[in-house]
Design a protein around this ligand. Structure first.
Ligand code: NAD
Length: 790
């Protein structure tokens, strides 16, 4: 045997990480008093506990207090009590606390890592080298944001008491992603870890005690869905931040509808791992190991769909199989282990069930020849080939060590396959041609794209999804906004529209046959039902009629908006010129619009002229900002740059207000257009003629067909159709509270981004109504990670 042969024949010896410190911590703690509320350790009011056990053996680790609704009440009360002082404390004071947490965690880094591995089953290499260091980095990074709050977020303030609910797959990291930005923003929190993995959060609460976090600023409650639901429904909470499954995310969206609570949802995924034929295959294979077998595949952004270009598919699959055969499955505390157990028996059974169903649907499932430990919830890494795009393994989030493989012929097909999912969390693109990779990245419907890499995270770079992967971002600047609220000058409560009750009789000189049509796909079209709606003047006479839009008209308008590719693909400079041109053409008809405002709203001549002038000014503003509200470049502590790109949300439905009907309409439509969205707008039900009068202005302004669609009619009905339409990506409503609440509840089909004034109007003439708040709503931030160096 020569040296090389000997080397290859060598076996790994066991290299277990010591667990005595963690065991001593477990033995020394009273877990029946595990609720950290107002700085005290409390038993659950109902006296109940739940079990947490060790996935590698199934052995019980602790019986942990299970909070009931009264405990959640107490935690919210403690957070509310602590809020005034904490939110009024200086950024520097909060920065010191965040930094102290980070430093204290650093001192107990090893205990955190071992405890995380014992409770969750993830390999110690991962908890030691990734989860815990990243969590620490999060606190230290956010110390800076606390101090930079006034400078970097003018006009914003912390939302208040925040309820946070996290999953079991990255217990410590998810806790850090939630708590750090909240504290930096001056919020106080009630956080609930997942019931499978309560332990590191308890240790974290101890750290809070030592790091000088004021009592009540951080409250950590333990329990399952019931405790979670009590947080979601608690009236004393101003924001819910949730990470977990899309199913529960939808329940939460519905439960919070109409409550005025701010909401961010970080949900599941089915991320594509795209390998082009010019990729470095060995690197791609290592990437795959990280992409899908990291944390046993129990990763929201796992690269669970391998899309490989046809010509290299066999070669890549052969390499993947060889590499899979070398993955070491075993004790998660062993430093050589690549794959530990799944978190729980239920999870193991679920994964097995999905594989069996995938196989039944035609997939060929391959596993390396390895023996599993005799106890614990282990599962072999699994490769599924021959997977059709409709196979359950290609569509459903398995949340286990299962890779589904498909092939593609060319770039267009790769993009189409990658986007063929209801999720949109992440994607990896592998090619040695950076031009190709950066051509593909913007076309992927995913919040994070890694070029020649995978699963890279950093506190400075936003993370979060498109579509059913949820909304909101965690990390960096955009993550801070999730815990801040703009100080918008909200006006009086909006009453339900009453146009049907308008007594109408013909005004002098108005021809009744001048019924304004709808504006869809660049054309003026009759409403599907051929009905119209009478519009009254301020004096109660008939001013004209507009089409009574219906479900079918909204559907046509959404199709036209979706089909309009030239607007989102236009350069920002192009869009800016079109918006300037709109402003110019509106200005040419200013007198006419002012007269219309006076006729309809009764505004005096000066007020009407001012509103028209301000509308023109606003178009000018957003024309100018179209090519200025840009993304950023982050420099994370890795050999990579992260391009935080601003992308349009997509098709945005806009339900415009009655007050200042021209200015309100333009203040909403213009920023959406400026950022490259296509729009389906429902103008004020009471004053729709101000929008229909714009048709000609739009037609003369080079706006591409389908970029703006206008459907007049009943606000509540049309808002409901927009909310339920799964091809609408965002919905902005300035309507009555009932319409807003229903729209939020009905938006869960595709988890569209709903933004409403919760039934309050806005002073559209105010400075705040022409601010970045609108532009931020008009974009998704996509973080594209581009590595450098050899
Ligand atoms: P889950 O949705 O079942 O549970 C998540 C949390 O919600 C737990 O704390 C649970 O107790 C709580 N919960 C359950 N029902 C609730 C209800 N009705 N009301 C309020 N709270 C409730 O998810 P899970 O199985 O713990 O975690 C796995 C999921 O999390 C996967 O889908 C994964 O993709 C997702 N995830 C997403 C991200 C992300 O950043 N996008 C990160 C990690 C995990």
């Amino acid at each position: 045997m020569n040296i090389l042969e000997r080397y290859h024949a060598m076996e790994y010896g066991p290299a277990p990480e010591a667990r005595n410190e963690a065991d001593a911590w477990l033995a020394g703690r009273d877990f029946s008093k595990a609720l950290f509320i107002g700085g005290d350790w409390k038993a659950a009011g109902g006296g109940k506990t739940f079990d947490t056990s060790e996935p590698s053996s199934g052995k019980l680790l602790a019986k942990v207090s299970d909070a009931n609704a009264a405990d959640i009440d107490a935690a919210v009360a403690a957070a509310a009590k602590a809020l005034p002082k904490w939110s009024a404390s200086s950024g520097y004071q909060r920065a010191k606390v965040l930094y102290a947490i980070g430093r204290a965690m650093q001192r107990h880094q090893r205990l955190f890592a071992v405890l995380e591995t014992i409770d969750n089953g993830k390999p110690i290499r991962e908890s030691r080298d990734i989860d815990v260091p990243l969590a620490i980095r999060h606190f230290i990074h956010h110390a800076g944001w606390a101090q930079a709050l006034d400078r970097d977020f003018p006009g914003q303030k912390g939302v208040g008491v925040v309820g946070q609910i996290i999953p079991w797959n990255f217990p410590m990291l998810m806790l850090a992603w939630k708590i750090a930005p909240a504290l930096a923003a001056g919020c106080t929190v009630v956080l609930k870890p997942a019931e499978f993995t309560p332990l590191t959060a308890i240790l974290f609460a101890e750290i809070c005690e030592r790091a000088g976090v004021p009592k009540g600023v951080v409250n950590i409650v333990q329990g399952g869905p019931e405790a979670g639901a009590a947080i979601v429904n608690h009236p004393g909470i101003q924001k819910i931040a949730f990470t977990g499954s899309s199913e529960v995310g939808k329940i939460i969206r519905k439960a919070t509808a109409g409550s005025g609570k701010k909401l961010s949802l970080e949900l599941g995924g089915k991320s594509a791992f795209i390998v082009f034929e010019d990729a470095d295959l060995d690197s791609a294979v290592e990437g795959l190991v990280d992409g899908i077998w990291f944390n046993q595949g129990q990763v929201c952004c796992a690269g669970s769909r391998l899309l490989v270009q046809e010509g290299i598919a066999d070669a890549l699959i052969a390499k993947v199989k060889t590499r899979m055969s070398r993955l070491r499955v075993g004790s998660p505390l062993d430093k050589n282990t690549d794959i530990g157990p799944l978190v729980d028996l239920t999870q193991l059974d679920r994964v097995k069930g999905l594989i069996a169903e995938g196989a039944r649907q035609g997939a060929v499932c391959w596993q390396p020849d390895a023996t599993l430990p005799s106890s614990g919830y282990y599962h072999l890494p699994t490769l599924a080939t021959g997977v059709s795009p409709a196979n359950i393994l290609a569509q459903e989030e398995v949340f286990g060590p299962v890779l589904a493989t498909m092939t593609f012929r060319n770039t267009e097909e790769a993009i189409e396959l990658a986007n063929n999912t209801r999720y949109g969390l992440a994607a990896s693109v592998w090619s040695e041609n950076v031009n190709l990779a950066l051509h593909v990245a913007p076309q992927l419907k995913a919040g994070v794209v890694w070029v020649n890499g995978t699963n890279m995270f950093d506190a400075a770079c936003g993370f979060g999804g498109y579509r059913e992967s949820g909304f909101g971002r965690e990390g960096g600047r955009e993550g801070m906004f999730e815990y801040l609220a703009a100080k918008l000058p909200l006006g009086p409560v909006i009453k339900q529209a009453t146009s049907s009750a308008q007594p109408v009789e013909q005004a002098d000189g108005v021809a009744i046959d001048r019924t304004a049509k709808l504006f869809i796909g660049g054309k003026q079209v009759r409403p599907d039902g051929n009905y119209s709606l009478a519009v009254a003047t301020a004096k109660g006479k008939l001013a004209g009629e507009v089409g009574l839009g219906s479900r079918k008209d909204i559907r046509d308008a959404v199709s036209a908006a979706r089909a309009c590719k030239s607007w989102p693909e236009a350069t920002a400079y192009n869009r800016s010129q079109v918006l300037y041109y709109l402003a110019e053409n509106l200005s040419g008809r200013a007198e006419e619009f002012a007269a219309r405002l006076t006729e309809l709203t009764g505004a005096n001549a000066k007020a009407a002229r001012d509103e028209v002038e301000l509308s023109i000014e606003r178009l000018f503003l957003y024309a100018g900002l179209a090519d200025k509200f840009e993304g950023r470049v982050h420099q994370p502590p890795a050999r990579a740059v992260t391009l935080a790109l601003h992308e349009p949300v997509g098709v945005v439905g806009i339900v415009a207000p009655d007050n200042q009907p021209l200015l309100g309409f333009i203040s909403l439509v213009a920023p959406a257009l400026a950022m490259g969205n296509t729009v389906v707008a429902v103008p004020s039900e009471r004053y729709p003629l101000l929008a229909t009068d714009l048709y000609q202005v739009i037609e003369y302004s080079d706006v591409p067909a389908g970029a703006i669609n206008i459907v007049t009619g009943r606000t509540a009905e049309l808002a409901g159709v927009l909310a339920k339409h799964d091809d609408v990506d965002g919905l902005w409503l300035f309507a009555d509270a009932d319409t807003c609440a229903k729209a939020e509840a009905e938006s869960i089909g595709n988890l569209k981004r709903v933004w409403s004034g919760n039934g309050r109007s806005l002073d559209w003439a105010s400075e705040e109504a022409a601010s970045d708040v609108f532009l931020r709503r008009a974009i998704e931030v996509k973080n594209v990670w581009v590595p450098y160096g050899d």
